[in-house]
Design a protein around this ligand. Structure first.
Ligand code: ADP
Ligand code: MG
Length: 390
């Protein structure tokens, strides 16, 4: 789960990371008011969306008067901001963060991620921040410093100092960097984060370190024990199809094709998508209905997949271990009737109670297309799709 920049800054500042003073606004007038309230003579107005790359997309602006703050905010509110990291629809701007402008002498990059190879939290840092890490890795890979943290010891002070030296920091900046690194590490670990990124972390004209941007993501599976994080969820930033499916315990990811997929198991879902592509088709979605799928759950899966207007054919592929083919088959028949389906549905069942499942499909009197293997199912789904699209 992602959160907004202002929320990440608030969290990180509680752990000891210095951030600029700022205020949140839900309207242009409020944005102007925030600027007056903060005082000073220059503010940065920032669209709060779950994406980076806002600066380059026109979502961040330096303003010199509170009228300018208000007017720029007015152009942002309600807009779909398209960045390099969003899809073509972009993300809606409903919240704006106004903060005091910092005087920037140098921009650094700082990221904390889970390194699956070493099974540890890895710190990635560079003395040349500002641009996205992906671009940095291409344009200036030599500047990247990496360091893994031993979970039994935590981030040791000497390690943090070593990194600060490697980034070319001097004097008081070293101690500031140690504080920032340790704070980020603790926030990551204590809150079940999966990512903490400060880009840019800047050195100000006076030589102090300040986090001008902050990004945090959290492990969705741990949210049950982090209610204070769970409540930061902002559904306006999610794909509505995906959030609705998630509410019903289905894991769904919308894609661009027209063959809807209803599958159990993430691995089988991935394999099915590959087979569809191999057969010359394009999947409309990834959907894992999970184990122990009742007929009701299968019907819900149909509703989820059909909410996507591009879907021309549905492929149901179940390899039942915990699941039962007969329940799934009943769900398919029920969905067909209840939802008044007219589009072709290819069904491939294997595993527990498969004979009963096949019998239900074959004797349903519905135009369901049975398939024996995954390859067979994918070929039949693509053939049915091509007949319709032709
Ligand atoms: P994004 O990463 O989404 O583009 P950032 O928060 O990193 O958004 O802002 C983009 C750029 O705007 C930063 O790299 C920095 O140069 C500038 N910036 C952001 N916040 C401030 C601030 N408070 N003071 C001065 N410059 C800022
Ligand atoms: Mg940034």
């Amino acid at each position: 789960m992602d959160i907004h920049e202002y929320q990440a800054k608030e969290i990180l500042s509680r752990f000891g990371v210095p951030v600029p003073r700022g205020g949140l606004a839900y309207s242009p007038e409020q944005a102007g008011y925030r600027a007056r309230e903060l005082g000073g003579s220059a503010w940065v107005v920032k669209a709060q969306i779950h994406s980076g790359g806002r600066g380059a997309a026109g979502g961040v602006k330096l303003c010199r008067t509170d009228e300018e703050v208000r007017d720029f905010a007015a152009t942002l509110f309600g807009r779909q901001l398209v960045t390099k990291q969003t899809d073509a629809n972009g993300k809606g701007v409903y919240r704006i963060w106004v903060e005091g402008a910092s005087d920037i002498a140098q921009e650094l990059y700082l990221g904390f991620v889970l390194d699956r190879k070493s099974e540890r939290i890895m710190i990635v840092a560079s003395a040349h921040g500002g641009m996205e890490i992906e671009d940095l890795a291409v344009s200036d890979p030599a500047s990247l410093r990496r360091m893994v943290v031993d979970p039994a010891v935590g981030l040791a002070e000497y390690q943090a100092r070593e990194l600060a030296f490697a980034l070319g920091l001097r004097g008081g900046q070293i101690a500031q960097m140690v504080t920032i690194l340790r704070a980020c590490y603790r926030a990551y670990r204590d809150l079940d984060a999966t990512m903490v990124e400060i880009n840019p972390l800047v050195i100000t004209g006076k030589g102090d370190l300040v986090a001008l941007d902050a990004k945090m993501s959290f492990d969705t599976n741990a949210l049950f024990r982090r209610p204070e994080i769970a409540e930061l969820r902002d559904r306006s930033q999610e794909d509505p199809r995906e959030s609705a499916a998630g509410d019903h315990g289905l894991s769904y990811v919308g894609l661009d094709g027209d063959i809807g997929c209803i599958i159990n198991g993430a691995g089988l879902a991935m394999a099915s998508m590959d087979m569809i592509k191999l057969a010359g088709g394009e999947p409309a979605n990834f959907l894992d209905i999970g184990g122990g799928a009742s007929p009701e759950r299968v019907v819900r899966a149909f509703r989820t997949v059909l909410a996507d207007r591009n879907v021309l054919v549905i492929l149901v592929n179940i390899f039942a271990g915990i699941n039962r083919c007969d329940w799934v088959a009943e769900g398919v028949v029920q969905a067909y009737r209840e939802l008044g389906l007219t589009l072709p549905v290819v069904v491939r069942l294997a595993g527990t109670n498969v004979e009963e499942g096949r019998r239900i499909v074959d004797t349903s009197g519905l135009p369901l297309i049975s398939a024996d293997t995954l390859a067979d199912a994918a070929a039949k789904a693509v053939a049915a799709r091509n007949r319709i699209a032709a």
